[in-house]
Design a binder for this molecule. Structure first.
Ligand code: F6P
Length: 390
């Protein structure tokens, strides 16, 4: 971008999360402060292809700091593979032409891993892009933290706190399913913060017998309830081995979780459009049992103790952002605008320690930040007697 920017486009893409509006506000207020026009693009990359926009002025971006969701709407659509009335089409050229028509000098895309990939594709075709890392999963590569994570961490932790009191009263096991896609950050963080007795994450395939033995040990020592925090993408040792054998690449905004990957494969091979809930010829459901139900069923069988299930689901993505997320979103948003003003683009504004720094999109795109095996949080959990599934 050689010339001084006159117009910034903003879109939000992928699953929503608390803090999107705060980040939109940060980008837009800083831009307006410098006399730069701001165009809001509706429903992610689809809005760019369909040319659906709203002008973001001082009035529109006022009073949105604390609001959940995204005022622009979002979608998981990608320009190069977009469903256009039932037909999957490459709409990249249309997206680029519309950006030109709108006189957008730089696009700011707020999103997760899929958004980094889609943004890099557009950047390679000549549209300057700056991205911000958004996801409750905290799995965007190249940043210490993504916005939305802190809020979801608080929600999941509060849920575990509440499950403690009722589990204690009834001397039960309660299994709490936590989002995170194929990364365990949210389950691990909230499990530690909420004092879960077992935490199961995708990065550490579990052995159900080890989990049951830990719960029995607690009972033998007078603790008659237990809480298991399980990541939605957790998998057993057997599943991990099977997955290694049939590893498949999927080019989606969020690639399928291990348990679902096989189901999608079956659907493709079968040709016909099958409901995810239909049974196979052997009578088994195509969709795997939800993770928490499976864990509850298995530990109840092994321990003989009543086990119940709570799945937090989209509650973790709803509502307004925490104070930490509001601060982060405002810092990231304003930093993106300053980057554009300085002529920079094709990067993600990332958190590194106490700083906000640009990371080239070609470095972040296509990578996922999962929990490293030697991460300090894992050791921390183990030192406070939490079973990590082994
Ligand atoms: O990426 C955020 C996330 O909430 C994941 O934790 C979860 O697997 C997925 O999105 C759910 O997606 P959807 O809202 O499309 O069901």
């Amino acid at each position: 971008m050689a010339k001084t920017p006159k117009c910034i486009g903003i879109l939000t893409s992928g699953g929503d999360c608390p803090g999107l509006n705060a980040a939109i506000r940060g980008v837009a207020k800083a831009a307006l402060h410098h006399g730069i026009r701001v165009v809001g693009i509706q429903d992610g990359f689809r809005g760019l292809v369909e040319n659906r926009t709203v002008a973001l002025d001082a009035r529109t971006v006022s009073g949105i700091l604390t609001l959940g969701g995204t005022l622009l709407g979002t979608s998981r659509d990608k320009p190069h593979k977009m469903d256009m009335g039932g037909k999957i089409m490459d709409m990249t050229d249309v997206a680029l032409a519309n950006a030109q028509k709108l006189q957008i000098d730089c696009l700011v895309a707020l999103g997760g891993n899929g958004t980094q990939k889609n943004s890099l594709r557009l950047a390679k075709q000549g549209l300057p892009v700056v991205t911000l890392p958004k996801t409750i999963d905290n799995d965007v590569w190249g940043t210490d933290i993504s916005f939305g994570f802190d809020t979801a961490l608080g929600i999941a932790t509060e849920a575990i706190d509440r499950l403690h009191t009722t589990a204690t009263s009834h001397h039960r096991i309660i299994v709490c399913e936590i989002m995170g896609h194929s990364a365990g950050w949210l389950a691990l963080g909230s499990g530690i913060a909420g004092g879960a007795d077992a935490i199961l994450i995708p990065e550490i395939p579990y052995r159900i017998e080890a989990v049951a033995e830990h719960l029995e040990q607690r009972r033998r020592t007078g603790r008659r309830f237990s809480i298991i925090a399980v990541a939605e993408g957790a998998l057993s040792e057997e599943e991990a081995a099977a997955r290694r054998e049939s590893a498949e690449e999927e080019d989606s905004d969020d690639p399928p979780m291990p348990a679902l990957a096989k189901v999608k494969k079956k659907k493709k091979k079968g040709g016909e459009e099958e409901s995810l809930w239909t049974s196979t010829e052997e009578g088994r459901p195509l969709v795997h049992e939800p993770m928490a139900s499976r864990i509850a069923r298995e530990v109840q069988q092994l321990t003989g103790v009543e086990a119940r299930v709570t799945s937090l689901g989209h509650v973790q993505r709803g509502g307004g952002p925490s104070a930490a997320d509001r601060l982060l979103c405002t810092r990231l948003g304003t930093a993106a605008t300053e980057m554009i003003l300085d002529g920079g683009s094709d990067c993600m504004m990332a958190v590194k320690g106490t700083e906000i720094v640009p990371v080239p999109l070609k470095e972040t795109a296509g990578k996922t930040k999962t929990v490293p095996a030697d991460h300090e949080w894992i050791r921390t959990a183990q030192l406070v007697e939490t079973c990590m599934g082994r």
